[in-house]
Write a protein that binds this ligand. Sequence first.
Ligand SMILES: [Zn+2]
Length: 80
Amino acid sequence: MIDGISAMIVNAKRQADNGVVYSPRQGALCPYCATRAKPYATRKWDGNLRIRFHLCRNQKCALSQMRISIKSIEEDTAGE
Ligand SMILES: [Zn+2]
């Protein structure tokens, strides 16, 4: 039996694993609490994609409390 909050956490963790969109303006938002997540690792550009890993710093957020890292994907669409 999984309650509504657990389902939200599972869903947010899945998004964190799969990667959220990285916005050049807003950065990556935590998929659970929508706070801007602080990047701790930035990969090199791979083609027009760049992967970052973030942690949510909102102490009330479940992803932050579980120290789940959030993957983000930035896509450079300029010049296409
Ligand atoms: Zn969060």
